[in-house]
Design a protein around this ligand. Structure first.
Ligand code: UD1
Length: 420
């Protein structure tokens, strides 16, 4: 078990190049299966979730090589369409292999995925969308056996909620369907548009990805392609918040500013000075205590991202005045609250609403990272706190933050990883 030990109080200063987006890289690597050819993915972050994805690809028979940020997946050697439970349970995004396997070989056998315990996270919308495309799913002892008796057939799919994963699975499967598929109430996250760009490079015909209605004209086959993953907006937002809570000054290189409007607006409203450069770089500076915090609620893109809610709560904990933060996407995404309270934060939770009374200072404590984004937020709290903070269970953080402590150290933080 590893922990981060943080001596708080150092303002973050310096520059950093933003990692590739985890939530783009994972579905793109899985989608490579659909091409049954060789794909090259650049700016692939080095994360344990990526390692888990590569393990699944290897298990399926793909040849995989990883050199720094470049991953080559040769899916021409695919030998299996079955993902064992131990690999499925590594992470939530393993469910995204359903669509690509159905495209490639017309079958997939897997079970419900694992991932952060931030809510029920059912897969009903994935299942309904794929069934609309002609997939037959038999469930036995927790195993889902998916087949396409009459091939994939284009359909109209109206998602009940703009689910990121269900949109991705439906979009990938539809690339190989006969005829046209229209996905309405589709998720509009930038990672969906990135996945569509990759698939279109592979010969797919997808229009409107990144908007509420996606139209996919099915094609006979996909081919291999090369693609560079977009920058990770959540990782960028996390570092901006880290600079803000430590009253620092940082420059993020390649920050995909356009994907962060909700967070940029919040940071500016609470007193941070942001500077955007034409090449995509983004700088943040803060010299004083954060101003009073407006009410925010999480929402599908372009709303305030649920993945940045915990980091925003650290900002609110140190801001002047009381903030209201409502979580609308996941039912169980306030697990960092009890840990922040141990550090002196004043937060009370009423169902999906957290009322945060800002305090002048947080103090160090022993806390548990209970999921990826909660864990990285606790690190931010530790950077700002007086004294020493120990964040345990940091394997959650390794799932999504590339070399987190190395990055923070380079920016001046006093943080080290300790194996217990
Ligand atoms: C993706 C992101 C995750 C982010 C989330 C919301 C990846 C790898 N992960 O997760 O970081 O927090 O989007 O922006 O891209 N739901 C159902 N049934 C389903 C599918 C989803 O009820 O079949 C519910 C979920 O329980 C949740 C909500 O819909 O309450 C949103 O989930 P979804 O958008 O699907 O999130 P993920 O794709 O799992």
């Amino acid at each position: 078990m590893a922990s981060f030990v943080i001596h708080g109080g150092n303002p973050l200063r310096g520059e950093h190049t933003v990692q590739g987006a985890k939530n783009s890289a994972l579905p793109i690597l899985a989608a490579a299966v659909a091409t049954k050819s060789k794909c090259v993915v650049h700016r692939c972050p080095m994360l344990s979730d990526v390692t888990a994805t590569l393990q699944i690809l290897r298990h399926l028979g793909c040849r995989v090589t990883q050199t720094n940020g470049c991953v080559e997946v040769d899916a021409s050697t695919l030998t299996s369409a079955e993902i064992p439970m131990c690999l499925m349970r590594e992470m939530r995004s393993s469910i995204i292999f359903m669509g690509p396997l159905l495209c490639a070989v017309g079958e997939a056998t897997l079970c419900a995925p694992g991932g952060c315990e931030i809510g029920l996270r059912p897969i009903d919308m994935h299942v309904d969308a794929l069934c609309a495309l002609g997939v037959q799913i038999d469930e036995q002892n927790g195993l889902l056996r998916c087949t396409v008796p009459n091939g994939l057939i284009g359909a109209r799919i109206a998602l009940q909620f703009a689910s990121v994963g269900a949109t991705e699975n439906a979009m990938i499967a539809a690339t190989a369907a006969r005829g046209v598929t229209v996905i309405s109430n589709a998720a509009r996250e930038p990672e969906i548009a990135d996945l569509a760009r990759f698939l279109n490079r592979c010969g797919a015909r997808i229009h409107g990805a990144g908007e509420g209605v996606i139209v996919v004209e099915g094609v006979k086959t996909l081919h291999g392609a090369e693609h560079t993953v977009i920058p990770d907006r959540i990782a960028a937002m996390t570092l901006l918040c880290a600079a803000a809570v430590t009253k620092g000054e940082i420059l993020l290189r390649g920050a995909a500013q356009d994907h962060m409007d909700a967070m940029r607006n919040l940071l500016e409203r609470i007193g941070c000075t942001l500077r955007q450069f034409p090449n995509g770089d983004l700088a943040l500076k803060l010299k004083r205590r954060l101003d009073s915090f407006p009410s925010i609620h999480t929402a599908p893109y372009p709303g305030f991202p649920t993945d940045a809610q915990a980091a925003a709560m650290v900002l609110a904990s140190l801001a002047n005045g009381t903030a209201i933060i409502k979580e609308t996407i996941f039912e169980n995404r306030f697990r960092h609250v009890s840990e922040l309270r141990r550090m002196g934060a004043r937060i009370r939770v009423e169902e999906r609403v957290a009322v945060v009374e800002g305090v002048e200072k947080l103090h160090g404590a022993h806390v548990d990272a209970c999921d990826l984004r909660a864990g990285s937020a606790l690190v931010l709290a530790g950077l700002a706190a007086e004294g020493t903070t120990v964040v345990n269970n940091i394997w959650h953080i390794d799932r999504g933050c590339e070399q987190f402590e190395i990055t923070l150290k380079q920016l001046g933080a006093d943080i080290k990883r300790e194996e217990v």
